[in-house]
Each structure stands twice: as structure tokens, then as C-alpha cells.
Design a protein around this ligand. Structure first.
Ligand code: ADP
Ligand code: RBF
Ligand code: MG
Length: 199
């Protein structure tokens, strides 16, 4: 079980499409930096996404201990047009949609740090592209149907093909640390109060 020496646990999903032999690359997992991206976000970032939170397959929380709020398909073009698939960091905000009552607290509707998985989720062999956002905040309730805005500020890593759920969970935990450390740089501060977000 787990990360036995020599076991293939993760490789870039792109290698499946390469011309040569499918050489797994574990170097990524063994030497991950904890700060990524430039000191000040640069093109194509920031990328703005927004839409009502959709139901997925319910796997994020149950399987991985990491709920991900899924964006609707028609909100994805700004990412599809400008960025490759992979894991990203940025800020997100959840607000009740117009004219509906809210069960969220004042803390829940703040601009909060997030990690986003954008791609095909090769671990689950998805056939559709998704953008799923894990907000680094403890919510007391679900917020399906609520409006979510996301300001994507930087790229963390490629989407990897995992053969072990434990390895995926471990990498997601590390992604969260990378996101917080990368966005703690002064060049990222102003995006928390970007006019894109609701005051
Ligand atoms: P689904 O497959 O339906 O997206 P998940 O298991 O990924 O199911 O759970 C996602 C849901 O969990 C979100 O839509 C949201 O309502 C809720 N949720 C609770 N806490 C969080 C959080 N910190 N980040 C993202 N979603 C959260
Ligand atoms: N799925 C993958 O197949 N490969 C990945 O590299 C991958 N990275 C993720 C990184 C983060 C930060 C999160 C939140 C999810 C990631 N997932 C990845 C997606 C995960 O498989 C997805 O949340 C599930 O499909 C549940 O919806
Ligand atoms: Mg989800």
C-alpha cells in the first residue's frame, strides 16, 4: 500500500499522449517547491471565472476529504482560452444568488484563498473538462446554487495521473500549502480586494 519504493504513483497525464514510451516521472513529487509563480502575477493572470456552484459526482469530500465547488461548463472559456490544464491558486468568493436567502456567515462570504483543479481529472477518467475549487475555509453548510467568483492568479503544477488515492490526497495537501505561501507575497495582496469581488 501507499508509496512503496519504485511504485509508480504519479505521472503527467500528457505523457499518455506522447509519441515515445510512457515514461513515468516521479521527480515532480519528490522535489516540489513550496513557492511557485512570479512575485507579481503576470499574463494570462488574473483570470476571472464566475457562475453558480454545480453538483459534481460527490467525490471530493467523500473520497478525498477535500470538497471542491464545481463551476458550470459555460463559465470555463476564460480558462480554456488562456491556460493549460492543471492546478492553480487564487482567491474565491461565494455569495447568495440574487433574491435568495442565505445560510452563510459573514466569514463564509469573504474573499478566501483557494486551489483549483482545472482539467480532465485523469484519476477518475472523466470525459469532460471541469474547474473545481477548494476554498481554504471551514464552511458549516454546503453552498450548491450559490454564486461563486474566482480570480485565478497562478499555476502550481500539471494535472497528474495517479494510481493511488493516497498520493493524490498528499499532493492536494501540498498544493494548499503552496497556494498560501505563493499568495503571501506582497505582489498578491491587492487581489483580495479586487473590484471583481462583491463588497
Ligand atoms: P461535488 O462532486 O458535488 O462537487 P464535493 O464532494 O466536491 O461534491 O463537495 C462540494 C461541495 O461541498 C461544494 O459544492 C460546496 O457546496 C461544499 N463545500 C463545503 N466546504 C467547501 C470548501 N471549503 N470548498 C469547496 N466546497 C465546499
Ligand atoms: N485529479 C487528478 O486526476 N489529477 C490531479 O493532479 C488532481 N489534482 C488536484 C488538485 C487539487 C488542488 C484538487 C482540489 C483536486 C485535484 N484533482 C486531481 C481532482 C480530483 O480528482 C477531483 O477533486 C475529484 O475528481 C473530485 O471531484
Ligand atoms: Mg466537487
Amino acid at each position: 500500500m501507499g508509496d512503496a519504493a519504485g511504485e509508480v504513483i504519479a505521472s503527467p497525464s500528457a505523457s499518455k499522449d506522447s509519441m515515445g514510451p510512457d515514461v513515468p516521472d516521479q521527480s515532480f513529487r519528490t522535489s516540489r517547491p513550496d513557492i511557485v509563480g512570479p512575485d507579481i502575477p503576470d499574463a494570462p493572470f488574473p483570470i476571472k471565472l464566475s457562475g453558480p456552484v454545480q453538483h459534481g459526482f460527490g467525490r471530493g469530500s467523500k473520497d478525498l476529504g477535500c470538497p471542491t465547488a464545481n463551476l458550470p461548463d459555460d463559465s470555463l472559456p476564460p480558462m480554456i482560452d488562456a491556460a493549460k490544464t492543471g492546478v492553480y491558486y487564487g482567491y474565491a468568493q461565494v455569495t447568495p444568488s440574487k433574491g435568495t436567502s442565505s445560510s452563510l456567515s459573514d466569514q463564509d462570504v469573504c474573499v478566501l484563498p483557494m486551489v483549483m483543479s482545472f482539467g480532465w481529472n485523469p484519476f477518475y477518467k472523466n470525459e469532460r473538462m471541469t474547474a473545481e475549487i477548494h476554498i481554504m475555509h471551514e464552511f458549516k453548510t454546503d453552498f450548491y446554487g450559490y454564486d461563486m467568483k474566482a480570480l485565478v492568479l497562478g499555476y502550481i503544477r500539471p494535472e497528474l495521473h495517479y494510481t493511488s488515492r493516497e498520493a493524490l490526497i498528499e499532493d492536494i495537501e501540498f498544493d494548499k500549502k503552496v497556494a498560501l505561501k505563493s499568495m503571501a507575497r506582497p505582489g498578491y495582496e491587492k487581489y483580495m480586494s479586487d473590484p471583481f469581488f462583491t463588497v
